[in-house]
Design a binder for this molecule. Structure first.
Ligand code: SAM
Length: 236
């Protein structure tokens, strides 16, 4: 079998510091921002000249955090409730033969003060993700209007979100230190309900994840028959 060697052209500095609670697809959390920092030793600004003409870019990357976990011919996608299996190539599973991910993200800006940095948003990328390639998104080619996918036929259902008074105060303070709308980011991420599909409502259970440079804490509550998220705290 032929083997090919690739090298990371750069790395992602993402708001997502843990895999848990990262949206399962790009674009679902428009406020989720990251910087793709190209390797300074190899790339100058000439390598991205003209990329500013694209509003969005394709990013090919390595699922580096799950590399050691191997892969299987059939997987259990969350979309099927986490218990029905289908072929790995029918899913966007992170556990793939070559561990390569592909996301389309919005190119917010580029800056060249310290090497080549691409500021992007709407990411589903973990902090530290190695990037293999970047390509301009070409709408007349890439957005196939007649395409459909009966497995993933619509965006996930969203849960309502409420914030404790403590969380509101903490957002106000922390908002001064981040370059994205913190309340929107939290709403976008938690409304997608990051719990594993098999977990059910347990009002006693609290959840936590490292986001930017704080620990986000939340729980699920039943309100008028609907499960909703209560954001409890953002602990530095
Ligand atoms: N849009 C990409 C694709 O289609 O190849 C990724 C889809 S995959 C279902 C998205 C998930 O990958 C995220 O929810 C996150 O848990 C996981 N992920 C993101 N970056 C990762 C990394 N560097 N290593 C392992 N898993 C990662």
């Amino acid at each position: 079998m032929n083997k090919y060697e690739f090298f990371p052209i750069g790395y992602v500095e993402s708001c997502f510091k843990q895999k848990f609670a990262i949206p399962r697809q790009p674009g679902l959390a428009p406020s989720a921002r990251a910087v793709i920092r190209l390797s300074k030793e190899i790339f100058g600004r000439e390598a991205v000249e003209g990329l500013e003409m694209s509003s969005h870019i394709w990013v090919q990357f390595v699922f580096h955090e799950t590399l050691e976990e191997g892969w299987a011919q059939r997987v259990r996608p969350p979309r099927l409730g986490g218990n029905k299996k289908i072929g790995v190539f029918a899913t966007r599973s992170t556990h793939r033969p070559n561990s390569i991910g592909l996301s389309v993200v919005r190119l917010e800006s580029m800056d060249f003060t310290d090497g080549v940095c691409l500021h992007v948003s709407g990411v589903d990328l973990l902090d530290g993700t190695p990037v293999l390639d970047i390509k301009p998104y070409i709408p007349y080619v890439d957005s196939v209007t007649e395409a459909d996918n009966s497995l993933a036929d619509s965006a996930p259902k969203k849960l309502a979100i409420q914030f404790s008074s403590e969380a509101c105060k903490q957002i106000e303070t922390l908002q001064l230190t981040v370059d994205t709308d913190l309340r929107s980011l939290i709403e976008e991420i938690l409304s997608l309900d990051p719990r594993p599909a098999y977990q059910h409502l347990d009002e006693e259970r609290t959840y936590g994840v490292r986001l930017l440079d704080f620990e986000l804490k939340w729980r699920y509550v039943l309100f008028e028959g609907e499960t909703r998220v209560e954001v409890l705290a953002l602990n530095p």
